[in-house]
Design a protein around this ligand. Structure first.
Ligand SMILES: Nc1nc2c(ncn2[C@@H]2O[C@H](COP(=O)(O)OP(=O)(O)OP(=O)(O)O)[C@@H](O)[C@H]2O)c(=O)[nH]1
Ligand SMILES: [Mg+2]
Length: 331
């Protein structure tokens, strides 16, 4: 890499370490990019950043569209920055192919927070960006932490795979629900409820209040049924109103208490350990898949196989078998 480029990268990394938001923003753009020159720079950036123990609190917030995530993050986020902490908010929405995804709308729904000097808000990476959700998110979270974020909130739309990827990265996974969802627990997939360390019933205000109290009871019994007896940590269910601000302070206290409990029971340490291990395997999987997809022999055969799949002349498992053996014989 040229001297000029090196000095630009050094400047960027220094800016990042000083907590400069524009440097953070630029570094994220580079790290998310699939361009070959950006990949090289990204690698250099990561090499230059000190490998520290995780110092921030990472929280995942999930909930179905319209449940009130943005409003909740605005209210909770303002409370967090008011305590003097530096906050980073990321939105993960793999279903949104457009750059920016829902965060463009989100920024308008987080008007105060997005203007606050101690808050950094960033949207969904574009569909063409590198790696899986977990990898992308891990990388940007790492950059935000290097830039001094003490609290990282990661928002996901509670409809699928991304929750599992994000729950691998965070210390505490929050499921946000709204009152009046009926008996089916608002169609939230059971698997997602099982991930929850904390269920928060938002919109507990005005005429929604009785329904919110009912929802707290419903979710508490659902969680009691789900939880294993041998774990010291028991997920709680609380309610608040992001609109009026009632319960927001208690929500933050509960979040900290939950993380402390996870920590003292040893659960947090084991989650972080498992996390780095699973990221190692994910990283390896991504690299191997890159190599497989780039392999000329594989590509040549794959096109033909895809056509056969389309016509129903072949099943996907047989097709994968063929690709696998072609890749093995490549050397
Ligand atoms: N009464 C009441 N309404 C709320 C509250 N929080 C959010 N809302 C309303 O619920 C609607 C959805 O809120 P958002 O915060 O945009 O929800 P979201 O989950 O971010 O939505 P998506 O980004 O579309 O998935 C808006 O009309 C809000 O005004 C609350 O605490 N109380
Ligand atoms: Mg939103």
């Amino acid at each position: 890499m040229s001297k000029v480029k090196n000095s630009i990268i050094t400047e960027l990394v220094n800016g990042l370490l000083e907590g400069d938001r524009r440097s953070l923003s630029r570094a994220i753009t580079i790290v998310e990019s699939t361009r070959t020159d950006h990949r090289k720079i990204a690698k250099t950036i990561f090499k230059m950043l000190p490998l520290r123990e995780q110092v921030s609190v990472r929280i995942g917030i999930s909930g179905v569209p319209g449940v009130g995530k943005s409003t909740f993050i605005e209210a909770l986020g303002l409370h967090i920055v008011d305590e003097g902490k530096k906050l980073a908010v990321f939105a993960v929405d793999p279903s949104s192919p457009k750059t920016g995804g829902s965060i463009l709308g989100d920024k308008t729904r987080m008007p105060e927070l997005s203007r606050h000097e101690n808050a950094f808000i960033r949207g969904t990476p574009s569909a063409g960006s590198l790696g899986g959700v977990a990898r992308r998110t891990r990388d940007v979270v790492f950059l935000a932490e290097a830039a001094g974020a003490n609290v990282v909130l990661i928002e996901t739309v509670g409809v699928g795979q991304s929750e599992f990827a994000v729950s691998d990265i965070v210390d505490l996974f929050i499921l946000l629900v709204a009152p009046g969802g009926g008996d089916d627990l608002q169609g939230i997939k059971k698997g997602i409820i099982e991930l929850a360390d904390l269920v928060i019933v938002t919109k507990a205000d005005s005429d929604l209040l009785p329904a919110a109290e009912r929802a707290v009871r419903d979710y508490s019994s659902a969680l009691n049924l789900l939880n294993s007896v041998d774990s010291e940590f028991k997920p709680s269910v609380i309610s608040c109103s992001a609109q009026t601000g009632i319960g927001i302070q208690d929500t933050w206290i509960k979040i900290i208490e939950s993380i402390d409990l996870l920590s003292s029971s040893g659960e947090l340490a084991s989650r972080r350990r498992e996390r780095v291990q699973s990221l190692m395997w994910e990283e390896l999987t991504t690299r191997i898949m890159d190599e497989v997809r780039k392999n000329p022999q594989v590509r040549a055969v794959a096109l033909d196989l895809e056509k056969k799949l389309e016509k129903g002349e072949l099943g996907p498992v047989d097709a994968a078998d063929t690709l696998f053996s072609v890749f093995h014989k490549k050397g």
